[in-house]
Design a binder for this molecule. Sequence first.
Ligand code: GTP
Length: 617
Amino acid sequence: IPVENIRNFSIIAHVDHGKSTLADRLLEMTGAISQNCETSQVLDRLQVERERGITVKAQTASLRYRLNNNEYLLNLIDTPGHVDFSNEVSRSLAACQGVILLVDANQGVQAQTVANFYMAFGKDLVIIPVLNKIDLKNADPERVAEQLKSLFDMNEEDILKVSAKLGRGVEDVFKAIIERLPPPPVSRNAPFRALLFDSWYDRYQGAVVLVYVADGTVKLGDEIVSTHSGKSYEVKNLGLLRPHEEPVTKLLAGQVGYLTCNMRSTQEAHIGDTLHHNNVSVSVLPGFKPTSPMVFAGVYPMDQSQHVTLRSAIEKLVLNDSAVTVTIDSSPALGQGWRLGFLGLLHMEVFNQRLEQEYNAQAVITAPSVTYKAKIFGEKNLRLYGKEEITITNPVNFPDPSIVSEFFEPMVLGTIITPASLFYHTTSDFSFADKYLGPIMSLCMDRRGTQRSSCNIDNHNVMLQFLLPLNEIVVDFHDHLKSVSSGYASFDYEEYDYIPSKLVKLNVLLNGNIVEELSTVVHISKAASMGRRVCLKLKDIIPRQLFQIAIQAAVGGKIVARETVKAFRKDVTAKLYGGDVTRRMKLLNRQAEGKKRMKMIANINLPRETFIEVLKR
Ligand code: GTP
């Protein structure tokens, strides 16, 4: 297929606006998969994606489509929809000339729609606006089209209206892709170069990398070089994803396909790398901004006998998810483990779930912490740390405040879209006449947010922007936002900057022993309330044991909160259920089952989930 007949595109959308459904329809209509295929949403391969209904790994499919007697090759590059994975969205877009911006015709524009739009807009991509779910009774394509026009300056006649579920209007999507998108700007005669934009681990083939061939041709057996590492490899397998792997003997400029070449580790499959032929010099393709983890957590085996299993599972998963960073860590209570860096909390939860489902490894995950910075002073301390500004990714390493002149914490710029309306009395003063807006504003204030802007996006919806400390939103902000807005408000954020902040370390003590794994860093204004909440939470979570447990929260030497878990009597079941043996056995078995999920800390059995649950409000 000549380059002029190739189109590379992506579908971007807010969660649940129907991206996977549309992708399935495109696949069906090009015969890549059969209709009524039992496993719907073919591109969502991982079990966790099916369970949670979110796309985690970007997946790709090459589709053949005929229009006016011309055959086209349409490369669909799937992108994940959630904020935590926006780096994957950005990556996938590097291989595209255009995007389908899919918007639910009932829900309308949501926070991620805005973020995704600007990501594509910033890369100068052609944007095809598509309203989905027009079959729904409550769909209001006219209103949503108005939103697109007022927010993004779009033209009515460019907006397509489809039902991905019923396949209605989907032919127009193909037509728009072919007519509005340019072919990839590549040359087949130039020396080979390709952008490595994704990779995953395959048990049999090692690292499989996804490439976009930007120039020339690559063939089986070719000697290729990684610009990043300088290492050379022999090409072992090449193929298209349709979406199932279809081996080919060569990949041509403009195509997107997979390649294996005995790369063994994530470090080797460097996302954003330019691959080229040995002994040929080419200019490097624009790579990607390295993704920096925003949230760190310790991961430990349930018991040390599982250390090796867990290590190999983590290694394999990291091959599939290069956004995770790994360093070795150890903790007095939890033993040998790792400290992993994630893009956000959902990213962390998904990683944990994949560890369990795909590798059958059970792990204890400690309370997540964001990365703080501190400026230290005093000659001795400077020598000790080797620099003035230090980075703290683990509360355990929180420096003694007496040697710190200033702490800094990371902020994000959050966008919230919610049904509401703003009535402006004067330009500087406005009042809110709405049941969601008040609670949303209080939630953001309570999380130490400061409002940046607000505007109506139509008569019934408002977009708010807040500057928020990352540590306030990383755990359960999204859940709370959903609950105060009956599920209507949507949220997305982008990184902002570090700002000076009064931070303290909140220690948790169980029977007088500091449990580092439960300690967190908080803003000084939150220390007392957080301390009380953590103690109450722990009182709830920690099961009664044979002895009394004192739970305390402290800042420095000062106790800010205290709770007690009373001891329980040795044999509860004897009293309650007397002679009923089966009932008794059932209870005892359940208890034994429960114990497997417990971790002994300072002689106290803690459920595995404690470490994360403790931070939720
Ligand atoms: P993420 O992968 O989480 O970003 O979701 P998604 O955007 O891929 O959404 P998905 O395709 O999973 O669709 C979400 C829900 O909307 C599913 O229950 C679909 O059946 C439904 N849906 C998708 N398209 C349509 C449509 O055209 N009409 C109706 N009525 N429902 C649709």
